[in-house]
Design a protein around this ligand. Sequence first.
Ligand code: C2E
Ligand code: MG
Ligand code: MG
Ligand code: MG
Length: 292
Amino acid sequence: QAKGFGRNQMHVFDVQLDHAVQTQHTRQTRVAQALHAGELVLHYQPKVNLRTGEILGLEALLRWQHPDQGLLGPQHVLPLIEDAELEVEVGEWVLRQALAQMRQWTDAGMLWEVSVNISAPHFHRANFVERLKDILHTCPEVSPTRLELEILESAALQDMQYMRHMMQSCQALGVRFALDDFGTGFSSLSYLKRLPAETIKIDQSFVRGILEDGDDLTLVSAIVALAAAFHRHVVAEGVETAEQCAKLLALGCERAQGFGIARPMPAHEVLTWAREHAARHAARAVQEAARR
Ligand code: C2E
Ligand code: MG
Ligand code: MG
Ligand code: MG
């Protein structure tokens, strides 16, 4: 029903636009409120060595414990954040929360590493390194070497010179880096050479297909070889089955994370999971020794 853009029409359009802006504003405000009300929480997903069973660390993943809607994933939080200030506020909360959790695990004798996802706008803040240093200083019980920052490969490609400089400044504090969702960002070999990340995480979209899809298998093998050539660690993301684990081991990729190993869980479940995981692994080792 094509009508002309009359005066009233424009008015309606303005009102709609106003409404859209307001909705965005209230949605973002909800995130700020959730943060201040303590509704944001971190869940932790273990990362293990498939061969030895060793727990290599845990990735902190953002959740919103919504009063009406239950537990919501980061896709219900992160896209609502438009304002750079709030982006930084949430990002710094995640860092402080992860460090506080590491301190608790330290008290329980668990010196696990924790990986924190850092958004590009947060990482690109002018004072990111200074702030990170301050946050680390508030938690002297936790060595900065136990903190890993995950940066999306796609974000890392934007300003190579600057990224490299920033990463090196953080590494001078002891912190380490992983390139997340590797393989989706179209990086060339020379990029990997210039980015000083210790670890590469193979995107789950490639890992998912390694048994059925020859192209995925080729990609994963190539990334594993690339990582080895550049002396980087490589972690497979999104590992769901025992068959995938076996295939990854055969390809020389020992480090993995995925629902097949453990789902992300609340912090208070991690110690129990770790005990059970160790028992399972010990039982399997005994079985394998018996078979030989
Ligand atoms: P990511 O960093 O690549 O994290 C892995 C995502 O894959 C997580 O989803 C995890 O729950 C999911 N996953 C792990 N194993 C499997 C598996 O075997 N199968 C499948 N289908 N999925 C698996 P989640 O928690 O929904 O997070 C999605 C993305 O949101 C993350 O991707 C990360 O980019 C971002 N994110 C999460 N927490 C934070 C945060 O605190 N800050 C920032 N800036 N981004 C975050
Ligand atoms: Mg990640
Ligand atoms: Mg990823
Ligand atoms: Mg991802």
